[in-house]
Design a protein around this ligand. Structure first.
Ligand SMILES: Cc1ncc(COP(=O)(O)O)c(C=O)c1O
Length: 384
């Protein structure tokens, strides 16, 4: 296990905006993370749903080593080949050939920029999202009482949809499957209806693919489970496989609108060549290693295993939800899920947990034997 030495003190000098676990991790490699004692944890959360290729993937290490020799950062005033090539290839897999992209660092920045574009293109201020969706840590997409421009519709609720005045909305920001919301997917019928209303009322469609993108749901992008092409797509997280790079991609039609009504937007790390070189390697690795197919096959195997637990423990397991390698097992309210999740961690498995739901979003190249290990532990914890 390779490690790096830092002088760490007992008290934590990092601001605890988020309640951190006491566990100090020192190495992350492939599907595993390691603590200071060398104990290994199978990471079913891919960090924060970022490492679709596994932590410190060898191809990503190589492309970082190569790219840093030429350029990490050069300033957004200059064109660079990595950004232009990534934009072309990203637009191709999005089905938006002929459009344009810009590259930033985090998903939140990209969501905010897409919303800014939507507001300018439509002259409207309201946005619509589905309940349970998470869009941004700050700004236009932040879930906050003060953000009165962000309207919410409950998922799959046609009646609530009827009450919304689409004529005042700039864009529907669509998260095709929610990680923060513990793995829920909207029905094709519901999304079909929203898309129809958006198109009838000149409301733009923005797909937030920050967590569903790059094979997570068994297709390149989560919106591809539905029958439409968005006007804009936001990507992040897995685009950099753990390195902070995000993107806003727009169709050729939106690019024309921007040309007619341009505005200045600049961030220090906009279109940085290092992030873009990594993004390209992520796309090529998914292609070369057939990881979309693999996500479907392994996801089906995983779902089967979870369903067997549901059959075995009907008095404990309430629901199984999944699409590709985005899975959840919901426990009945009377079961102490927190205890089960803590025990899983003690036994070496990092699993997402909230509202009595165990969430699994592991690297797409996870092996079946690793799923078996976690399922065996979960089985014995459910027996107890
Ligand atoms: C769907 C979705 N969009 C946007 C974001 C924001 O991305 P970031 O945390 O990189 O700013 C997240 C983060 O979890 C997310 O899940």
């Amino acid at each position: 296990m390779p490690t790096k030495n830092y002088s760490v003190t007992m008290s934590n000098p990092v601001i605890p905006f988020y309640q951190p676990s006491d566990k100090l991790l020192v190495c992350s490699k492939d599907c595993y993370q390691y603590d200071t004692e060398g104990k290994r944890y199978l990471d079913f959360d891919s960090g924060v749903w970022c490492t679709n290729l596994g932590h410190s993937n060898d191809r990503i290490i190589r492309v970082i080593s190569d790219q840093v020799m030429f350029s990490i950062h050069q300033g957004y005033r200059f064109r660079n080949k990595a950004a232009e090539q990534l934009s072309l290839e990203l637009l191709d897999i999005l089905g938006m050939t002929g459009g344009q992209s810009v590259f930033l660092s985090s998903g939140s920045e990209a969501v905010n920029l897409a919303i800014t574009l939507a507001k300018r293109f439509t002259g409207r201020t309201k946005m619509l999202k589905m309940e349970l969706s998470y869009l941004s840590a700050f700004g236009h997409g932040q879930i906050a009482d003060s953000n009165t421009d962000l309207l919410t519709v409950p998922m799959n609720n046609q009646e609530a949809l009827m009450a919304i005045d689409f004529a005042q909305i700039a864009a529907f920001v669509f998260e095709p499957g929610t990680s923060f919301g513990m793995v829920h997917f909207p029905s094709g019928e519901f999304i079909g209806e929203i898309v129809r209303k958006c198109r009838d009322n000149s409301v733009l469609l923005v797909a937030d693919e920050v967590t569903c993108g790059f094979g997570r749901t068994g297709k390149w992008f989560g919106f591809q489970h539905y029958n439409f092409i968005p006007d804009m797509v936001v990507t992040g997280k897995a685009l950099g496989n753990g390195y902070p790079v995000s993107a806003v991609s727009i169709t050729a039609e939106m690019a024309k609108l921007f040309e007619q009504n341009p505005f200045r937007y600049a961030q220090s790390h906009q279109n940085d060549p290092l992030g873009c070189a990594i993004g390209l390697e992520v796309i090529h690795t998914i292609q070369d290693e057939d990881l979309i197919l693999k996500a479907n096959e392994t996801g089906e195997y995983f779902r089967n295993k979870l369903e067997q637990l549901q059959i075995k423990y009907p008095e404990k397991v309430k629901d199984i939800r999944s699409r590709g390698m985005m899975l959840a097992l919901e426990l009945l309210p009377e079961i102490n899920g927190e205890l089960i999740n803590n025990e899983l961690f003690e036994q070496g498995f990092i699993v997402g947990f909230r509202n009595n739901v165990l969430r699994f979003m592991p690297p797409l190249n996870l092996q079946q034997k690793d799923i078996d290990l976690m399922i065996d532990s979960l089985d014995s914890l459910l027996t107890a």
